[in-house]
Design a protein around this ligand. Structure first.
Ligand SMILES: Cc1cc2nc3c(=O)[nH]c(=O)nc-3n(C[C@H](O)[C@H](O)[C@H](O)COP(=O)(O)OP(=O)(O)OC[C@H]3O[C@@H](n4cnc5c(N)ncnc54)[C@H](O)[C@@H]3O)c2cc1C
Length: 398
């Protein structure tokens, strides 16, 4: 309970991508996690294992349950309908639950398939976080045959670490349009920015970032925008937000969502040893053959193509990007009934400034990225959680 995709990993190699000092679950108690990590010998600037963060979350959840004010139900919610002034939530096992308020905190949505691999069976692993992916990693570790990863972001890094930890010595090709991979955390002197110095509009934001990076280093420049990220995102026009998602996002993601230095070192060593090749390019064709998945891909800027056979292809392009295609039954039921609407970009659900998606209905976390964009990691979500809790108390206390 409470672990989600991110913290249910059992692998030691999977580290948090935020320093311990940034991972407190509580808004206003900055050192809460760092202190817990210190009790295990960790340092505030260190990167804990994600499975340890799960222990931390579990401890707080147990404390909350022990108060008697929280009841956990192990079930999949499949429907939510308005019932008088509240909600009736239906569970997959036939039970139901009545509530005055409903909060959607369903996290990231599973990725869809990739068009080029529509004709490929089990050798195409659509969901890199599921059991199929774990079975494929074990199979690869045994046979050592080549693997293709589509996507070169944080999910690719996770999978590469899993393969390495499983003892896989074969060749991995990781491919994305631009071939950008997450940059490493490193110490730097912070260079805070005043609100009146902020860039205005998408074009000037990237000009500003280039100039500021030259002055104070790119890490300090990117991080100086963090306190204003919601304001900046909301000040962009719809067209600018779309252009950001289409063109600037890969660049932003690799600089903003950085990986622990030790993880970066493992990835670099694997690249250096020829075990991992990062390719900027496009898949042209893919088909299943008795030998595996035959993939023709084109490198960016090259006219020719290359064809290789891989034992498995993993979809590491990240969470589903279009909320209307979500398969989450609860979300589906609410969308289909018009109780929640997609946001104007279609990447999450439409919420107002207090995260309300409807009457007595709140949404949090990645579901609200259309409004906030930077709302997928703990440092942002904990602030949102505190604000939503206060708003619910205000509303229900009426
Ligand atoms: C691999 C990975 C690594 C990450 N690493 C970090 C990190 O190091 N630091 C960081 O700050 N952030 C990290 N993140 C971001 C992460 O998404 C957030 O930190 C956080 O987990 C989001 O919390 P959440 O509660 O919104 O969603 P989740 O943690 O995804 O939780 C959603 C929960 O809702 C449940 N659920 C969904 N639908 C239903 C339904 N219909 N009925 C019942 N239950 C349902 C799910 O089973 C799950 O338990 C990572 C994300 C991923 C995917």
């Amino acid at each position: 309970m409470g672990r989600g995709v991110a913290y249910s990993t059992t692998e030691a190699a999977h580290l948090l991508n935020v320093r311990a000092e940034g991972m407190s679950a509580w808004a206003g108690e900055a050192n809460h996690f760092a202190n817990r990590f210190a009790a295990e010998g960790g340092t505030p600037r260190g990167f804990a294992q994600r499975r340890f963060f799960a222990v931390y979350l579990g401890e707080m959840l147990s404390d909350a349950v022990a108060t008697g004010r929280i009841e956990l139900a192990e079930a999949t919610a499949v429907s939510a309908v308005r019932d008088g002034a509240g909600w009736r939530i239906g569970f997959e096992d036939g039970r139901s639950f009545e509530a005055r308020a409903l909060v959607l905190a369903v996290g990231n949505q599973e990725p869809e398939g990739l068009g080029a691999f529509a004709g490929v069976g089990r050798r195409f692993v659509r969901n890199p976080w599921g059991d199929d992916a774990r079975a494929a990693v074990a199979d690869l570790a045994e046979g050592g045959r080549p693997a293709l990863i589509v996507g070169t972001g944080l999910t690719m890094v996770d999978l590469v670490l899993s393969l390495d930890a499983a003892g896989y010595q074969g060749r991995i090709v990781a491919l994305s349009r631009r071939g950008l991979i997450p940059r490493a955390h490193a110490d730097f002197d912070a260079a805070p920015t005043e609100k009146n110095e902020l860039p205005d509009g998408l074009r000037s934001m990237f000009r500003w970032l280039r100039r500021r990076s030259a002055e104070v280093g790119w890490r300090a420049a990117v991080d100086s925008l963090r306190p204003y990220s919601h304001h900046l995102w909301q000040s962009l026009t719809l067209d600018e937000q779309r252009r950001f998602l289409r063109h600037a996002r890969p660049w932003w993601d690799v600089h903003r969502h950085r990986i622990a230095p030790e993880v970066a070192a493992t990835v670099a060593a694997m690249i250096g040893a020829g075990r991992l090749e990062i390719v900027a390019g496009k898949i042209a064709l893919a088909s299943e053959t008795p030998a595996g998945v035959e993939v023709e891909y084109r490198r960016r800027g090259s006219t020719g193509s290359r064809t290789e056979t891989f034992a498995y292809v993993f979809n590491c392009t990240g969470p589903l990007h279009s909320v209307t295609r979500s398969k989450d039954p609860l979300l589906r039921s609410l969308l289909d009934a018009g109780q929640v609407r997609p946001d104007r970009l279609g990447i999450g659900v439409d919420v107002d400034g207090t995260c309300r998606a409807g009457e007595h209905l709140w949404a949090m976390g990645p579901l609200t990225k259309g409004r906030y964009w930077e709302i997928i990691a703990v440092p942002d979500i904990r602030e949102q959680a505190a604000a939503v809790a206060e708003d619910i108390a205000r509303e229900l206390g009426k």
